[in-house]
Design a binder for this molecule. Structure first.
Ligand SMILES: CC(C)(COP(=O)(O)OP(=O)(O)OC[C@H]1O[C@@H](n2cnc3c(N)ncnc32)[C@H](O)[C@@H]1OP(=O)(O)O)[C@@H](O)C(=O)NCCC(=O)NCCS
Length: 166
């Protein structure tokens, strides 16, 4: 599976809005709420700023010329969980599932993080999200802990080193 990553463009906010306006896509993401174009415009802008300052962000995933979703590495954004860590994450529109896209894109994102000297990443996955757990494992992350988010959601935390300790 050949995929490309790019820093999301302002137009990608529209693609992400359409791809993720789907309860099945959002089933294991946060509260499951879908968001509108204005929300994704702000989200994309924050990712662009993050890319400018760190070289990493949630990148748009391209399959051919089509935007399929995002993957990338960003600071863990919640007040609970692994404070201060960098998380790897992925989200695709449903028509792109089941073709190895997330694994290929996640691997490309981890390669970028490694080349920038990121020592370690974590992935936080809803315990029932079998597809995401499978991607996490295929990328070499191993389960470190399991806990409940403040909402009560059962969460598995995976992690891996990218660069050896100095
Ligand atoms: C999770 C997600 C990104 C996976 O994308 P994808 O491109 O289909 O993933 P891949 O094809 O690279 O790998 C999926 C793996 O999960 C497996 N899988 C899929 N559904 C599964 C299920 N219900 N039970 C067990 N394994 C499952 C596939 O067989 C595959 O493993 P394999 O290659 O060993 O056969 C995609 O389903 C998605 O966007 N989901 C909604 C958003 C989301 O939940 N994001 C993650 C939040 S932590």
């Amino acid at each position: 599976m050949t995929v490309r990553l790019r820093v999301p463009t302002a137009e990608d906010a529209g693609a992400w809005t359409e791809l993720f306006d789907d309860a099945e896509v959002m089933r294991y993401v946060g509260t499951g709420e879908v968001h509108d174009r204005a929300w994704y415009a702000g989200f994309v802008q924050r990712q662009r700023e993050l890319a400018g300052s760190t070289g990493l962000c949630l990148f748009s995933v391209l399959v051919g010329e089509e935007v399929a979703g995002f993957t990338g590495v960003q600071p863990w954004p919640q007040p609970w969980g692994p404070a201060g860590e960098l998380e790897v994450g992925w989200r695709l529109g449903r028509r792109f599932w089941g073709r190895g896209v997330a694994t290929a894109a996640g691997r490309a994102a981890l390669d970028r993080a490694r080349s920038l000297g990121v020592p370690r990443v974590v992935a936080l996955v809803h315990a029932d999200n079998a597809a995401s757990v499978a991607v996490t494992r295929k990328l070499g992350l191993v389960q470190e802990t399991a806990f409940r988010a403040p909402s009560g959601t059962p969460v598995l935390q995976f992690g891996t080193r990218l660069t050896p300790p100095s």
